[in-house]
Every structure is written in structure tokens, then in C-alpha cells.
Design a protein around this ligand. Structure first.
Ligand code: SF4
Ligand code: FES
Length: 255
């Protein structure tokens, strides 16, 4: 295959970037999208040109770092991660545009790499359970209904890639945060910090400058792990429940 790539190049977060065009004539349909970029980078290196910086780690659809905005879609035309996308999804002779995630809370570090540590700070604010470590408990010592276990597992599938933010016209992080809140709110182990968790994570999400949800569902449509917007509804219920009980405690009774 021969393809034309229009790639966002940006030296660092303080400089303006622009698109640079590359003709790539050594593309196999069996290559993953990242392998295609690897080959281009080898060619650039041989020509003493600076290779294109892009983020990746597992290349197995697990770590969520391959944050590429391809032809107007986070992770490209399929509902999968960019590392799991193959060149057979494109046509010979096609022009492919590659950009970084676009969101104020994900500033560009270089070329296609953005700073997603805002997600980590949200997780650190409350996305954990406090446990008293001791002996290993017996398997199934805490019985969890199958439907609850499955819902929690579906929410836990979120890999923190940020495609939901990149897809949203408001750069909202609600799908990500709601997946993390839901995963723990559904399980017995998450009950101790249930109320403070949602309050702290939502406060951190707001502090990071993510936008509000206006129910466009673009996040669900683009999420490579099929996280559902029903998690956002659950997070809203969790949040208002937590706020109400804080108010009742402060006002001394709840009437
Ligand atoms: S909700 Fe989906 S799109 Fe958003 S961070 Fe998690 S896996 Fe990525
Ligand atoms: S490189 Fe890990 S999900 Fe793509």
C-alpha cells in the first residue's frame, strides 16, 4: 500500500504545531497502525529527520496510552485502540490525518503525545479502596450477585485512554470518571469510601478543567472498551446521594 500521512508536529507544549505531510510507500495491510508509524520513523531517522513522537506501551489494547486521533476519530475508524487497528482498515492511496487528543486538560507534550496525568490525579483523589491487609481471604468469601459482578467488571474494563474526552465537544471526562466510580460503588469492597470517593473524584475532575456532559453520547460511541453512558447516570446518582447525606449531617438530622 501507498498512503499519504498528514501528521501533527509540535516541538513542545510552548510552541505552535502544524501538519506535515509524508508519503509512505512501504505499508503492508497486515501492519498495525503503530507498526506503520514505526516504519515511517525508521525512514525519517535514516534521513536524519526527527521521528514522530507518539505514545504506546502494551500494544495489546490494555494500557490505554496509544492516544492517536485518526481521520477525525479517537483511535481511528474502528471501536478499538490505535494499537489494535490494522492498515487493512484503510484504502491504498488514502490520505490519513493523525492528531493528538485535543483537550485543554490534556496539553500536548510533543507531536502526538499528550499529558494525561489529569486522569491519574482524579484516580488518586478517590479511585481506590482502603484495605486492612492480612491473610489471603478464601475465594468467594464475599458473595457477589452475578449481575452486579458483571456490571462492575464492565466498568472496570476502562483503560483510561482518554478517547471519551477527545471525542466529546465539551472535553468531558464523565465517562472515564463514572466508570471508575461505578466499578467500586457496585462492589462490597468499595462501600467504606463510597460517598467521599465520588465527591473527591468529581471535585478533582472539575479542578482539572474538563467540560460538562451534555448527553451527546459521543464518548460511548468512540470508547474502545464499550463503556456505557449508564455509568454516568449512576455517578450522578452517587454524587447527589453523597451531597445529600453530607448536607443532612451538617444540618444535624435530615428533615
Ligand atoms: S471510558 Fe472508554 S474512552 Fe474513556 S478512558 Fe475509559 S476506555 Fe478510554
Ligand atoms: S499501546 Fe496499550 S492500549 Fe494501545
Amino acid at each position: 500500500m501507498k498512503i499519504t500521512l498528514k501528521v501533527w508536529r509540535q516541538k513542545n507544549k510552548d510552541t505552535k504545531g502544524d501538519f506535515k505531510t509524508y508519503e509512505h510507500n512501504h505499508v503492508s495491510t497486515d501492519m498495525s497502525f503503530l507498526e506503520m508509524l514505526d516504519v515511517l520513523n525508521e525512514e525519517l531517522t535514516k534521513k536524519n529527520e526527527e521521528p514522530i513522537a507518539f505514545d504506546h506501551d502494551c500494544r495489546e489494547g490494555i494500557c490505554g496510552t496509544c492516544s492517536l486521533y485518526i481521520n477525525g476519530h479517537p483511535h481511528g475508524p474502528l471501536q478499538t485502540t490505535a494499537c489494535q487497528l490494522h492498515m487493512r482498515s484503510f484504502k491504498d492511496g488514502e490520505t490519513i490525518t493523525i492528531e493528538p487528543w485535543r483537550a485543554r486538560s490534556f496539553p500536548v507534550i510533543k507531536d502526538l503525545i499528550v499529558d494525561r496525568t489529569a486522569f491519574e490525579r482524579i484516580q488518586q483523589a478517590g479511585g481506590y479502596v482502603s484495605v486492612n491487609t492480612g491473610g489471603v481471604p478464601d475465594a468467594n468469601a464475599i458473595a457477589i450477585a452475578k449481575n452486579i459482578a458483571e456490571e462492575a467488571f464492565d466498568a472496570a474494563a476502562c483503560i483510561g485512554c482518554g478517547a471519551c474526552v477527545a471525542a466529546c465537544k465539551n472535553a468531558s471526562a464523565m465517562l472515564f470518571v463514572s466508570a471508575k466510580v461505578s466499578q467500586l460503588a457496585l462492589l462490597p469492597q468499595g462501600q467504606v469510601e463510597r460517598k467521599t470517593r465520588v465527591e473527591k473524584m468529581v471535585a478533582q475532575m472539575d479542578a482539572e478543567g474538563f467540560g460538562s456532559c451534555t448527553n451527546t453520547y459521543a464518548c460511548e460511541a468512540e470508547c474502545p472498551k464499550g463503556i456505557k453512558v449508564t455509568n454516568i447516570a449512576r455517578m450522578n446518582r452517587e454524587y447527589f446521594g453523597a451531597m445529600l447525606s453530607s448536607y443532612q449531617i451538617e444540618s444535624g438530622g435530615g428533615e
